[in-house]
Design a protein around this ligand. Sequence first.
Ligand SMILES: [Zn+2]
Length: 419
Amino acid sequence: MSVVNGYRCVACAGTQPAEFGGYLCPHCGGNLDINYDYAGAVSRIDDEGFGVNTDGMFGFAPLLPVECTGSFPLKVGATPLYPATRLGRSLGLNRLYFKDETVNPSASTKDRASAVVLRRALELDVTTVATASTGNAASSMACMAAGLGLHAVVFVPEKVPAAKLAQLLCFGAQVLAVRGNYDAAFDLCLEACAEFGWYNRSTGLNPFTREGKKTCSYEIWEDLGRQAPDWIVVPTGDGNLASGIWKGWRDLRAAGLVDRLPGIVCAQSENSAAISLTSRRVVESGESGDWSRVVLAEVNASTVADSISVDRPRDGLAAVRAVVESSGLAVTVSDEEILQAIPEIARSTGLFLEPSAAVSWVAVRHLVQNQQVGDNDRVICLASGSGLKDIPSAQRAAGAPLVIDPDIQSLRRALAGRQ
Ligand SMILES: [Zn+2]
């Protein structure tokens, strides 16, 4: 039995019972956060255990809002936490890690959210699920829907990278490329779900997405011997990953499983920085007393990191709260730095990341330069998506190979640096 005991609005703190069937707060339109009976969860943990197992993230069932009975067709979560010793040492950091989310079924961390949302759709007896997405959430939902035999409808901006589009189409989703940006796709998806009765997975609207992403924190906690790191650096676009990561640690504390919590670092492109700008303003002005009065900064996003290019972050307030309440930090970096980081990370760690995931490492460099992290701090970068999702950006960063004639003299000249 799930131990959900209701919903609480991120903005006005208004509550709804566990039976509530809507997506947003009926009082103010704010996003909802799922509440648990933590004493009940602890009792379930004692009975069933709590940790990654053959079911991946569903090994954390006692703190998930869906029934996890029966196996799931794809393995989501249970991803590796790799020490990045050489890369860390290049900045004088002794304990840098990458949480490699690229090994999830559709090669991004969004699979955690899709898995929980689609289990929810099955509980609701819904056969069509829909989402708006900059690409990864859509290919993830399409992937999970294919595994479960559900019908997927996705709304993406017309300029979504080709690899993500190809993934979607191969998974059999009905793909609608909307002339406009992510925000236009989001609004159309909302309208379509109301009109046709589809279940809306869209991030920052559906409260179950955060609940999937939080399992990433549970795994980090488990991998670090049931302790928190000092910092978790989160590539941030719509804010749902940052708020999900923070939710995981709040759960662990409420269940008495950890006492010290990490600082959440919101890592953004300076060309898509609504959450960072708002977080800094809230900290400086002390607005955090009343979250319902906090207004997100307005930006016109345009970054090479397409997965985190967002004008209006749909889970923005919850992400700002994650930064502020965790005594975290907000870091913005340039697109040029993001592109350079792709081969830099790959050559030092063996991880091939898409631009949005590479943002985390660039943010770490800024933190070290600004002396905001210590040499012995444990720092986790979330490697949120695979480099194979955006080959043109990787090519821009890595350049072209040497082309030689098929003879040894030509090879010798090439190796000597002469063509
Ligand atoms: Zn509200």
